[in-house]
Design a protein around this ligand. Structure first.
Ligand code: UD1
Ligand code: UDP
Length: 384
């Protein structure tokens, strides 16, 4: 029996790791599956744990208001020292590129415990964009013994860094597993759709507005490198668009980071067709993605999910570690330049030269929803 410790701390890691926890737990004869959350996020993490009904074995509970990178790194490193001493895992799993991931990988390395990296091999080639995520994934990648690359391109990135091919496998992205799990839940239960409508109403948005021919632009944003001028541009662009398209609703579940909330509420509160709401749990967020016409975001995960629902995505970032999506034609990078955001959204809303139709019908390169099964099978072989 091998003991696995899956560690995560933020909303997106939780969404992408919870289906894997459930998959490992299907094999209690082979794996003793333990979960540690760092609590880098609190409310937004708990929303996901509740949805997947996962109760962590360990919770470092590190979140502080407006924490900086030193806070997160040092608290995770010290907290993980004790958890690793007690749990004595054979393998530690981390995900992606957060500071929870890199600090946990380092903590495991100090105890010479092998690290398995889910969503390995994404690269922009610029350590300041996204910041600090590109460095987080480089650090984790150097430490990892087992690399689960979501796409052939991410595998290639690792090979270029001289990672041994026998330590890499291509699985697809586990976010598609999470997405399918939620979509099945929604489509198999008519009562749930009704309660989601009610839940949205309690969040301040009435989805029945869309039954009267209005369209929905769903927005998210939180990247550290966009703080300051980038966010001001984003907000002024949304304001401009809301005036240009009074028949479109702009719904923005605002991230809890105070650096995001201040400009967003200062500039966008009290506009009739802009709805600033609290972060949604994953189930209502997927429901809103399904209802949307397009998404405007700087999120990594949303770029992978929304195309799976046939929704075009405009990405408010200057670089991407997800070129597969750009090549497939499911996303377009618009950066944080005001004109580019306004023109990008306008072209899609007006289906300029058939742009909307092309993007909505492009094939999503991020997987088939069976990534978690592949991870479990491959690891079982490796640990034999
Ligand atoms: C973190 C990750 C980023 C990931 C993002 C997903 C790092 C350095 N950043 O960025 O890679 O894309 O999560 O959302 O790892 N807050 C709350 N409640 C919550 C969550 C956040 O109040 O549930 C507030 C707190 O004031 C907290 C602040 O947001 O201090 C920032 O959280 P933090 O995890 O440091 O950064 P994110 O921008 O969320
Ligand atoms: N998401 C959510 N509720 C929201 C906004 C986003 O559940 O109100 C989900 C979204 O579907 C995606 C993930 O959160 O799976 C993305 O998280 P975030 O944008 O915070 O981080 P990133 O993906 O950029 O690391």
């Amino acid at each position: 029996m091998k003991t696995l410790l899956l560690v995560f701390g933020t909303r997106p890691e939780a969404i992408k790791m919870c289906p894997l926890v459930l998959e490992f737990k299907k094999h209690p004869d082979v794996f003793n599956t333990l979960v540690c959350v760092t609590g880098q996020h609190r409310e937004m993490l708990d929303q996901v744990l509740n949805l997947f009904e996962i109760k962590p074995d360990y919770d470092l509970n590190i979140m502080k208001p407006n924490q900086d990178l030193y806070d997160i790194t040092s608290n995770v490193l010290l907290g993980m020292r004790d958890v690793l001493t007690e749990a004595k895992p054979d393998v530690v799993f981390v995900h992606g590129d957060t500071t929870t991931s890199s600090a946990t990988a380092l903590a495991a390395f100090y105890k010479q415990i092998p690290v398995a990296h889910i969503e390995a091999g994404l690269r922009t080639g610029n350590i300041y964009s996204p910041w600090p995520e590109e460095m987080n994934r480089l650090i984790t990648g150097r430490i990892a013994t087992y690399n689960f690359a979501p796409t052939p391109l991410s595998r290639q990135n690792l090979l270029k860094e001289n990672v041994d091919d026998s330590k890499i496998t291509v699985t697809g992205n586990t976010v598609i597993d999470a997405l399918h799990w939620v979509v099945n839940k929604i489509s198999s239960n008519a009562d749930l759709t009704e309660s989601l409508k009610q839940e949205m109403l309690s969040f301040g948005y009435d989805v029945s507005r869309l039954e009267q021919g209005r369209r929905l632009v769903l927005i998210t944003g939180h990247r550290r490198e966009n703080f300051g001028e980038g966010f001001l541009n984003i907000c002024h662009s949304i304001k401009h668009l809301s005036e240009k398209y009074p028949d479109v609703d702009f719904v923005y579940p605002v991230h809890l980071n105070p650096n995001v909330r201040k400009p967003v509420f200062d500039i966008l509160a009290s506009i009739e067709n802009v709805f600033l709401i609290e972060p949604l749990s994953y189930l209502p967020f997927v429901y809103m993605m399904e209802k949307s016409h397009l998404l405007l975001t700087d999120s990594g995960g949303v770029q992978e999910e929304a195309p799976g629902l046939g929704k075009p995505v405009l990405v408010m970032r200057n670089t991407t570690e997800r070129p597969e999506a750009v090549d497939a034609g499911t996303v377009i990078l618009v950066g944080t330049d005001k004109d580019k955001i306004i023109n990008g959204v306008s072209d899609l809303l007006e289906n300029k030269n058939g742009l909307y139709d092309r993007m909505a019908h492009a094939v999503n390169p991020y997987g088939d929803g069976k990534a978690c099964g592949r991870v479990v099978k491959w690891l079982e072989e490796k640990l034999k």
